[in-house]
Design a protein around this ligand. Structure first.
Ligand code: PEP
Ligand code: MN
Length: 263
């Protein structure tokens, strides 16, 4: 169902007035984690000011260490929904387990499946039954074939609104947090009709590498970008080193506009 041979024309996912996979590039930006009301409202304002339409933020976080901040849970979802509504933004947030789908559903417009859950097949099957789009991140060590097969689980469950997200893969290189697989973008476009989003934040883990890789992703044909921002990255509760400051993000949006129309 994910393949170009099954469906030739590109899938365009429509959510309110936003299209993903159409002529414009959809920017999803916000903090790694929702931390408090003040933070998420400030960053939602930045996202709206930049011209972007989708606010990202984690409330249930898949942290490598059980001792790291795990997210604010439902309280975080409530704060993010209120901030998004104030600035007329859509919300994307991660769902880690089946029992949270119903809990998260009222607060989000797009479900994100994180890299660590790309092959959580029971979760993928369950997301085949939801009425909202799903963004499936590529697993940390997943091949493109495996990634597309995971998308197949959601599609075959009856949910046609699946987008894929390249977020870097693990290689022998350690300078960057992951290795951004830029060619995955045109390869997936060749093999599949599904929209492809690029996440240069998790792909590089380095603030200064995010703008060049964002530009590269757009030039390579990405249908959208996911970028982490923070107003005080030094004090961020997760992924501070890769977060762009609000001003840097707004400048990046202007730069990207020279390559393609980004909203
Ligand atoms: C995230 O988007 O904050 C995240 C945890 O991403 P990934 O699943 O790609 O590591
Ligand atoms: Mn993150």
């Amino acid at each position: 169902l994910a393949s170009r041979s099954f469906k030739e024309e590109n899938t365009v996912i429509k959510i309110k007035d936003v299209e993903i996979g159409g002529n414009k590039i959809a920017m999803m930006a916000g903090p790694c984690s929702v931390e408090n009301e003040d933070q998420i409202f400030k960053l939602a304002e930045t996202v709206a000011k930049s011209g972007a339409k989708i606010l990202r933020g984690g409330a249930f976080k898949p942290r490598t260490s059980p001792y790291s901040f795990q997210g604010l849970g439902v309280e975080g979802l409530k704060m993010m929904r209120a901030a998004a509504d104030k600035y007329n933004l859509l919300v994307i947030t991660e769902v880690m387990q089946i029992s949270h789908i119903e809990l998260i559903e009222p607060y989000t417009d797009i479900f994100q499946v994180g890299a660590r859950n790309m092959q959580n097949f029971p979760l993928l099957k369950e997301l085949g039954n939801v009425k909202k789009p799903v963004m499936l991140k590529r697993g940390i060590a997943a091949t493109i074939e495996e990634w597309l097969m995971s998308a197949e689980y959601i599609l075959s469950g009856g949910n046609p609104d699946v987008m894929l997200c390249e977020r870097g893969i693990r290689t022998f290189e350690t300078y960057t947090r992951n290795t951004f697989d830029l060619s995955a973008i045109p390869i997936v476009h060749k093999k599949s009709h599904l929209p492809v989003i690029a996440d240069p934040s998790h792909a590089t883990g380095l603030r200064d590498q995010v703008p060049p890789m964002a530009r590269a992703a757009v030039a390579a044909g990405a249908d959208g970008l996911m970028i982490e921002i923070h107003d005080d990255p030094e004090r961020a509760l997760s992924d501070g080193p890769q977060a762009l400051l609000p001003d840097t993000f707004i400048n990046l949006m202007k730069e990207l506009d020279a390559i393609a129309k980004v909203i």
